[in-house]
Design a binder for this molecule. Structure first.
Ligand code: PFF
Length: 491
C-alpha cells in the first residue's frame, strides 16, 4: 500500500490524457446530431453555458480532489467521511460498466476497418450492419453464442487496452501523444474530403442554422447539460484518478479550462466533418437532409458507410481513415475508465499495476462477450441508456452534494486558487452547490418519469429490469463489497 504514487512526467501529459478521455465517440456520433436537433447554431448557447456553469466547474472539482488528496475516487470520498468510500466505489463500478460496453463499439470498428478494404457493405449498408455483422436476433431474450469476428474485435480492443495500461502512467504517457492528435488529423482529412463534395454546404447549413425559438424549451437546456457530462468523462472517477497522478501543487483550473474547451471545440469541429458528408449523401440520394441524419451506431455504421460507398474516389481509403478515427478516439476514453478503477484498487490493496491490469482486462473481456452475441446489440443499448441516464446523473448529483455541503468547499477553493493560474470566484461555489445539482436532479426526475411512462426503446419490461436497473443495482452491490472488503496485507 505504501508504494509511491506514479506521477505524470509533465503537465502536457496530464492535459493530453484528460483530453484523450473526454474526446471520444460521443464527440463524433452524438454532439453533431444533438446540436442539429436542438436548434443548430443556437444550441451552442446552452451548450457553452452548460460547459461553463457545470462542465468546467466539475472538471476543476474532480481534478482538484485527485491532486489534493493523491487518491482515486474511493479514498477521496472515504477521507471526507468514512462511509462515503462506498460512493467512490460505486462510481468506479459504473465506469467499469461503461468500458465494457464502450469496447463493443471499438470491436465493431475493428470489424469495419477490415471490411473497409473491400467496402463489403456497399449498397446494403443497413442490412450489412444489422444482419450480416450483428446478426441481430429477434429481441433481448434470444441471445445466442458470441459471433467470432466480434470476439476477435473485442480481443484486439482489450489487448490494446492492456498493453497501454500495463505500465500505468508511464505507458499511457507514450500512447496519448498519438491517440490524441491522430484522430484530430484524421477528422481534418475527413472534413476536407467532405467539404469538397457537392451538397456539403447544405449539410453544414442544416447543422448550424440557428433556431433561437428552441431555446425556450427547457428540455433543450437539459440536453446540453447531459451532453456535457458524458462528454467530459465526469462522474466515473476518471478525472479524479488522472488528477491524483499530478504532483501536489500542480496547476488545476487552467488545465480544466483547456480540457473542457478542447473537448467542446472537437465536438463542434466533428460536426462539420459529419454534416458535410451527410449533405453530400442527401444530394446523391435525392433525399431531404433530415432523412439521412442520425446519431449513434446508426451514424457510424450505416449512414457514414453509405456516404463512403457513394464517394467518387478513394472510398476504401476514406473508410479506413474513418474507422481508425473511431478507434483512436475511443481507445483513450476506454482505458481512462479502466485506469480509474484499477487506481482505486491499488490505493486500497496495493498490488502491481501489471497484474491488476491483466486481471481487470481478462474479466472485462469475458463480460463484454455478452455484447458480441446476436442479442448483444439490445443489451448494449439498454446498459448504455441506464448507466448514462440514471447512473451518471445520480453520481454527479451525489458528488455535488458531498463536496458542496459536506467537504469544506471554501477552503478547497482557496487551495485551488493557491496552486492555479486561473482564480476561481464565487461563481464556482454557486455552480457546485446550486446550478449543477439542480440541473442533474431535474434530469434525473425527467428520466425516471419518461421510463415509467414508457419503457425505453420498446424493449420488454423484464429486459430493462435486468439490463437496466439490474446493472445499476449490481454496481451498488459490487461497490458495497469493495468498500467492505478488508485490507489484508498492509505493506
Ligand atoms: N467522454 C467520452 C466520449 O465522449 O465518448 C466517453 C466517456 C469516457 C465517458 C470516460 C465517461 C468516461 F468516464
Amino acid at each position: 500500500m505504501a508504494i509511491e504514487r506514479e506521477h505524470w512526467k509533465n503537465r502536457t501529459s496530464f492535459i493530453l490524457a484528460a483530453i484523450g478521455s473526454a474526446v471520444g465517440l460521443g464527440n463524433v456520433w452524438r454532439f453533431p446530431y444533438v446540436a442539429y436537433q436542438s436548434g443548430g447554431g443556437a444550441f451552442l448557447i446552452p451548450y457553452f453555458i452548460a460547459l461553463f456553469t457545470a462542465g468546467i466547474p466539475m472538471l476543476v472539482l474532480e481534478m482538484g480532489l485527485g491532486q489534493r488528496l493523491q487518491k482515486a475516487a474511493p479514498e477521496v470520498f472515504g477521507s471526507i467521511r468514512k462511509g462515503l468510500e462506498w460512493f467512490g466505489w460505486w462510481a468506479l463500478c459504473l465506469g467499469g460498466g461503461i468500458v465494457v460496453y464502450y469496447s463493443t463499439v471499438l470491436s465493431w470498428s475493428w470489424v469495419y476497418l477490415w471490411h473497409s478494404i473491400k467496402l463489403s457493405w456497399a449498397n446494403q449498408e443497413e442490412l450489412f450492419f444489422m444482419q450480416e455483422i450483428l446478426q441481430r436476433s429477434s429481441g433481448p431474450g434470444e441471445i445466442g453464442a458470441p459471433i467470432w469476428y466480434m470476439v476477435v474485435g473485442m480481443f484486439l480492443t482489450w489487448l490494446s487496452i492492456y498493453l497501454i495500461l500495463r505500465k500505468g502512467v508511464r505507458s499511457v504517457e507514450k500512447v496519448i501523444y498519438v491517440t490524441v492528435p491522430l484522430p484530430m488529423i484524421l477528422l481534418t482529412i475527413l472534413l476536407i474530403r467532405g467539404l469538397t463534395l457537392p451538397g456539403a454546404m447544405d449539410g453544414i447549413r442544416y447543422y448550424l442554422t440557428p433556431d433561437f425559438s428552441m431555446l425556450r424549451n427547457p428540455s433543450i437546456w437539459l440536453r446540453a447539460y447531459g451532453q456535457i457530462f458524458f462528454s467530459l468523462s465526469l462522474a466515473f472517477g476518471v478525472m479524479i484518478a488522472y488528477g491524483s497522478f499530478l504532483d501536489r501543487k500542480s496547476e488545476i483550473t487552467n488545465s480544466a479550462f483547456i480540457t473542457g474547451l478542447a473537448n467542446c471545440g472537437t465536438s463542434f469541429f466533428a460536426g462539420f466533418a459529419v454534416f458535410s458528408m451527410l449533405g453530400y449523401l442527401a444530394k446523391v440520394q435525392g433525399l431531404p437532409l433530415p432523412e439521412v441524419t442520425t446519431s449513434g451506431t446508426g451514424l457510424a455504421f450505416v449512414t457514414y458507410p453509405t456516404a463512403i460507398t457513394m464517394l467518387p474516389a478513394l472510398n476504401s481509403v476514406i473508410g479506413i481513415v474513418f474507422f481508425i478515427t473511431l478507434l483512436t478516439l475511443g481507445i483513450d476514453s476506454a482505458f481512462s475508465l479502466q485506469e480509474a478503477f484499477t487506481a482505486g484498487i491499488r490505493d486500497k490493496w496495493g498490488g502491481s499495476q501489471e497484474k491488476l491490469t491483466l486481471y481487470f482486462t481478462i474479466i472485462a473481456f469475458f463480460i463484454s462477450l455478452i455484447f458480441t452475441t446476436r442479442g448483444g446489440f439490445y443489451w448494449f443499448d439498454i446498459v448504455d441508456k441506464w448507466i448514462c441516464d440514471f447512473g451518471l446523473v445520480t453520481v454527479g448529483l451525489g458528488q455535488c452534494i458531498i463536496i458542496g455541503y459536506i467537504y469544506n468547499l471554501r477552503d478547497f477553493k482557496d487551495y485551488l486558487n493557491h496552486v492555479s493560474e486561473i482564480h476561481l470566484g464565487a461563481w464556482w461555489i454557486v455552480a457546485i452547490r446550486y446550478v449543477t445539482p439542480v440541473v442533474l436532479f431535474t434530469i434525473l426526475i425527467m428520466n425516471v418519469r419518461a421510463e415509467i411512462i414508457e419503457t425505453y426503446g420498446g424493449y420488454p419490461r423484464w429486459a430493462s429490469v435486468v439490463g437496466g436497473w439490474g446493472v445499476i443495482v449490481l454496481s451498488v452491490i459490487l461497490g458495497y463489497f469493495l468498500w467492505r472488503k478488508p485490507i489484508k496485507n498492509n505493506e
